[in-house]
Ligand binder design. Structure first.
Ligand SMILES: [Zn+2]
Length: 236
């Protein structure tokens, strides 16, 4: 027994002297959890070979991650109603649960920043995201929101279109946020959406490099101003 305990004690210091050893100072239970979360960071899940549950007819590309762990994307809400703005802010809080993202709803995008504009339309699709793409990445875009939707549908569409704007495609599974249909009782991303974000952004090196060999063959296409099939379906 003693030998076992001694062996354990011998191992423990080594285990706590790694790069994550800072929180060994007196900390409460909640702060104790933080290093575990941040240690994971924006890293592609091991063993995850491709995006999950993807609608093969849809396309979206991630933004370039750049020099930090999180990609900051501004959503210019200066041209939408208060209701849509509130839903965008709700969506940003949800998407920012991803360790890869820092979505911010603003009145004007800073110069040179990643920027998605938004507007409200009276007719057309429930929602639509047009991406501007370059070299295999989204570099800008615009969301149109249909203003005649119910409050619940607006919330669903706002978070959904933000999902496109941060790089997510449609899912094959029905009755989830990133499915192409509009639902008045689905407002939140699920673990698959967050896993897909980790896969898309975690493969990019924090310095802005791109470690994956993109198999989508999109890298050099000027495939801008593309919208999802949801929107085509809803338009019919
Ligand atoms: Zn869509």
């Amino acid at each position: 027994m003693n030998a076992t305990i001694l062996a354990l004690l011998a191992v423990l210091p080594a285990a706590t002297t790694g790069p994550l050893s800072e929180p060994t100072l007196p900390v409460g239970p909640s702060t104790n959890l933080r290093p575990v979360v941040s240690a994971a960071g924006c890293v592609a899940p091991s063993g995850m070979a491709s995006l999950i549950d993807q609608d093969p007819t849809d396309e979206q590309l991630p933004w370039r991650r750049g020099g930090s762990d999180k990609v900051t994307i501004y959503f210019d809400a200066s041209k939408v109603t208060r209701a849509w703005r509130a839903d965008l802010e709700y969506g940003s809080r949800l998407w920012n649960k991803s360790p890869c993202l820092d979505a911010r709803v603003v009145d004007a995008c800073p110069a040179e920043a990643n920027c998605v504009s938004a507007a409200v339309v009276k007719t057309g699709e429930d929602g639509n995201f047009d991406a501007i793409e370059r070299d295999g990445h989204t570099v800008g875009g615009h969301i149109d929101f249909l203003d005649t939707l119910s409050p619940a549908e607006k919330k669903n569409v706002a978070v959904h279109e933000m999902g496109h704007a941060i790089g997510l495609k449609h899912r094959k599974t029905s009755h989830v946020l990133m499915n192409g249909d509009t639902y008045s009782d689905v407002f939140t991303p699920d673990s698959t959406d967050y896993q897909n974000l980790l896969f898309d952004y975690g493969r990019q090196e924090p310095t802005g490099g791109h470690t994956n060999s993109d198999t989508d063959n999109d890298d050099d296409t000027a495939d801008d101003l593309r919208c999802g099939t949801r929107d085509a379906r809803r338009a019919s």
